[in-house]
Design a protein around this ligand. Structure first.
Ligand SMILES: [Zn+2]
Length: 326
């Protein structure tokens, strides 16, 4: 049996799996990305790849290619990681695809992690069989990936699908990307936590702050959603704004691209799933009704396994295209 190696490089954990062409994970290993110290992400990556490859080969599987998802934009024409990878700065600017190819003797492909995730959902997941889909992935930040007419949309500089940094409020607060009022400011894990911290600032009696043990830094998106569900008005206001922002993005995606399927996944998706009705209500307020009615919207909580399968899907996709990066 032939398998692909899928590698998801996270800011904290790197996961590697041997994945069949049907998306089944046969072998799986994880390690702290910076386990051997700062600047050691590449060593972690190479170690995991060698480890999983050996384990797959012991099971009688032949590895045909490696796919790697990294948390930032990638120049896939040059096979080079972009300069903006704050969680794994040692990979910035590296010709990672060529390095892995030389090291392993296998074809290797590198792309943005959420582009890989979109390919995974398209080939193996909730978007299987669709001609077009958009993946929106609120996690710590807010990633997205677009497949249109059977092709991943990468754009001219590798920023294709960066919908998390679409301004949804033109005079909104500054975003860490340098823009203003981005979707990520309202609907990512970091954005939701920061919005809640802003609202409790100066109010030591705020129930949300007390629920966080009095430490604003202990306020997480998950806590904000939990407290909102428990009736905390301040947390509910933050969650409502996040749902409205996500609904506005669904309107943008549906009106602008009219895909068959939109999948909301990523680390915050499980929290959003409980608010699906509110999100769709907001989407209806922004989208063309016939376009929205024709689009299947699904919320799928994401995990490391889906990211790893996405990286394997990247390798499969590129092999199917003859490895022509563009
Ligand atoms: Zn932004």
């Amino acid at each position: 049996m032939t398998v692909l190696l899928g590698v998801d490089v996270g800011g904290t954990i790197t996961s590697t799996g041997a994945v069949t062409v049907d998306g089944e994970i046969l072998v799986e290993r994880r390690a702290p990305t910076h386990g051997e110290g700062p600047g050691r992400a590449l060593a972690t990556l190479l170690g995991l790849i060698a480890d999983v490859r050996r384990a797959a080969e012991r099971r009688g599987s032949a590895v045909t290619a490696i796919g790697v998802g990294v948390p930032g934009p990638v120049d896939t024409v040059a096979g080079r990681v972009g300069e903006h990878v704050p969680h794994v700065p040692e990979l910035a600017g590296r010709p990672l695809a060529a390095e892995l190819g030389t090291h392993s003797g296998l074809p290797a492909f590198v792309d943005n992690d959420v582009n890989a995730l979109a390919l995974g959902e398209w080939m193996f997941g909730a978007g299987r069989g669709a001609r077009s889909l958009v993946v929106l992935a609120p996690g710590t930040g807010f990633g997205a990936g677009i497949v249109l007419d059977g092709r991943l949309v990468r754009g001219i500089a590798g920023f294709g699908g960066e919908l998390g940094h679409t301004p949804i409020k033109f005079d909104g607060p500054p975003c860490w990307c340098g823009g203003h009022g981005c979707l990520a400011v309202y609907a990512s894990g970091r954005g939701i936590a920061e919005a809640a911290r802003g609202r409790v600032a100066g109010d030591a009696d705020a129930p949300l702050l007390r629920a966080a043990g009095g430490d604003p830094q202990a306020i997480t998106a998950r806590l904000v959603f939990e407290r909102a569900a428990a009736g905390d008005a301040l947390a509910a206001a933050v969650v409502d704004e996040a749902c409205q922002a996500l609904g506005a993005m669904l309107g943008t995606v549906v009106n602008g691209l009219n895909p068959e399927v939109v999948i909301v996944t990523g680390g915050v998706a499980a929290s959003f799933a409980a608010r699906e009705a509110r999100i769709l209500e907001a989407a209806r307020a922004y989208a063309f009704a016939p376009a929205l009615a024709a689009t299947r919207i699904t919320i799928v909580p994401g995990d490391k396994r889906t990211s790893m399968r996405g990286a394997a899907a990247l390798a499969l996709y590129e092999q199917g295209r003859g490895g022509h990066a563009s």
